[in-house]
Design a protein around this ligand. Structure first.
Ligand SMILES: [Zn+2]
Ligand SMILES: [Zn+2]
Length: 248
């Protein structure tokens, strides 16, 4: 049975009129895990070991920095920096070893190997993230629960049919889970409904974003906005996911 810790929030977001229920759930998890990282997790040795090792990404450091508790943030950064510098010290040695390398037509230095290691180091430090890891794990559970409830509960099927679909980022994540979470027969029923919903969402957005551009023509100044006034943000959020998370 799918645990209530997932079914309750899913039902809650489907009871609202949000643009993408998965964006809403993702914002919640992000906020909760940022709060946790700077709060209760400070006392969890296992979490601290992993957080020191992995750190956080740009977006989630942004959310952490926006919170008032700068001491927790500084403690997290201080111990993470120890691990970052440990890894860099090793690479510094490999970099320094290149100095005396004898190179020639037949003998290449291993400069490109060292460059690659330095590249991987920088990429891992900037991209690896405790919050992203938690988000991706939990979102997979939520998507599985959405598909499970769609297949097994008429009441949820009804709620789903009234929803607007998903932003495209979550749309593809849902599509990825379909073969794992639904039987072939259910998938063959779910996919047409999802595609129809998504198509209607894209059509409506196009209509609004086009209307938005027309409003800038003085001849249309009296044309009512209808639902087009916030079309740019809604279009961006469907094409690429929410861009307002840092405000929460
Ligand atoms: Zn979304
Ligand atoms: Zn992150």
């Amino acid at each position: 049975m799918k645990e209530q810790i997932y079914t309750i929030p899913v039902n809650e977001v489907y009871d609202t009129d949000c643009a993408c229920p998965l964006c809403e759930l993702e914002k919640r998890i992000e906020t909760e895990s940022v709060e946790y990282s700077l709060g209760a997790a400070m006392m969890e040795p296992d979490f601290r070991v992993e957080s020191n090792e992995r750190g956080y990404c740009n977006k989630h450091y942004g959310m952490m920095f926006a919170r008032p508790n700068k001491l927790s943030l500084a403690l997290v950064l201080d111990t993470h920096m120890i691990e970052v510098r440990k890894k860099f010290d090793e690479l510094k040695k490999s970099a320094a070893a290149l100095k005396g390398a004898k190179t020639g037509f037949f003998k290449k230095s291993n400069a490109s190997d060292v460059a690659e290691k330095l590249y991987n180091f920088g990429k891992n430090v900037t991209e690896d993230c405790m919050v992203c890891k938690k988000v991706s794990f939990t979102m997979e559970r939520y998507i599985d629960v959405i598909l499970y409830m769609w297949a097994t509960r008429d009441e949820f099927k009804e709620k789903f049919s009234r929803s607007k679909g998903f932003c495209l980022k979550h749309f593809y994540e849902v599509c990825k889970m379909i073969p794992k979470s639904l039987s072939d027969a259910d998938a063959a029923k779910f996919i047409p409904e999802l595609a129809e919903k998504e198509g209607a969402l894209l059509d409506a957005l196009q209509e609004d974003i086009h209307k938005f551009t027309l409003k800038f023509d003085y001849r249309n100044k009296d044309m009512p906005w209808g639902t087009a006034e916030d079309a740019p943000i809604r279009t961006i959020e469907v094409l690429a996911g929410s861009i307002n998370e840092n405000e929460s």
